[in-house]
Design a protein around this ligand. Structure first.
Ligand code: GUN
Length: 285
């Protein structure tokens, strides 16, 4: 039976650390770190994530502002909001909650976010730095996964790491980070043939495809580490992309859903916000 990778507990430790650092820095500088989240429309999942981010910021002593806009917002209006946030010296982090409505050009808006305030690590310059092996601000979910692997001393070097999913938010950046840690990385996606043959070889399997309980024990090598990034609501129960009950019979380590990757994402968002603050304010602890 697999050992549980307890993201909830580790995230509490990281949040405590951020809270302590924030307290000392705020006392020294008299300037509070400030994260602004831009939320467009009424997507219930997004609204719930944003509430979670807001609550965690406040608990850590980080000021949180949520700019809520109707889904009819025009591209020009959204661009103006980003421009003003870039210029606002009291703002250290900017997060555009995704997805945004289809009539908006998300790539253009993201590219306008100051790379120094890019707590999501989604701007072209931060993406390029990671791809080139010199990361600065790294997307929060992949960063959280790396923290979990590190905490549980799961060896990456030389290991076959298989990533299911090629999104900008998770698949591509986690593949880059695992490669940077000297893993042998394979990325699979919806067009990949013989996917089970590949996942069966994985020492570390990261699943980020948004399909509830899609990966079961037949995809997994005996003793492998399974990281489940999925969060779906099925019959009012939160489940991941992995069939947890089946997968835990064969895996060596596994993240639960909820309580695995999700809380780590928020903890890493707080860390990234504090990193932006320190850089922009020219302070260290
Ligand atoms: N939507 C789902 N995950 C994320 C994330 O990590 N960042 C942002 N901005 N939006 C998301």
């Amino acid at each position: 039976m697999a050992t549980i990778l307890d993201g909830k507990s580790l995230s509490i430790k990281i949040k405590e650390q951020v809270k302590n650092d924030t307290k000392i820095l705020t006392e020294n500088t008299k300037i509070q770190p400030h994260l602004v989240v831009v939320l467009i429309g009424e997507n219930p999942a997004s609204a719930s994530y944003v509430r979670g981010k807001e609550k965690s910021c406040i608990n850590a002593g980080i000021k949180s502002t949520v700019i809520r806009k109707d889904e009819s917002i025009l591209q020009e209006e959204l661009e103006l909001i980003i421009k003003e946030l870039n210029e606002d010296k009291s703002v250290h982090g900017i997060l555009l909650q995704l997805p945004i409505p289809k009539h908006l050009d998300s790539e253009k808006v993201i590219s306008m976010i100051s790379p120094l305030k890019d707590v999501d690590g989604f701007t072209p310059s931060n993406v390029a730095l990671l791809a080139n092996g010199n990361p600065k601000l790294v997307p929060c979910t992949p960063l959280g996964i790396m923290r979990l692997l590190e905490h549980y001393q799961i060896k990456i070097q030389g290991k076959h790491c298989v990533v299911l999913g090629r999104s900008q938010i998770v698949g591509k950046p986690i593949a880059s980070l695992l490669l940077l840690a000297n893993g042998t990385v394979t990325i699979c996606h919806s067009k990949t043939e013989n996917i089970k043959q590949i996942t069966k070889q994985a020492d570390i399997l990261v699943v980020a495809i948004g399909k509830p309980k899609w990966v079961d024990d037949t995809f997994i090598k005996d003793g492998a580490t399974v990281i489940d990034v999925g969060i779906s609501r099925v019959d009012d129960v939160i489940v991941g992309d992995v069939n947890y009950e089946k997968a835990r019979q064969i895996a060596g380590f596994i993240t639960p859903v909820p309580g695995g990757v999700g809380p780590m994402t928020i903890a890493c968002l707080l860390e990234n916000t504090l990193a932006c603050y320190k850089y922009l304010e020219g302070v260290s602890k």
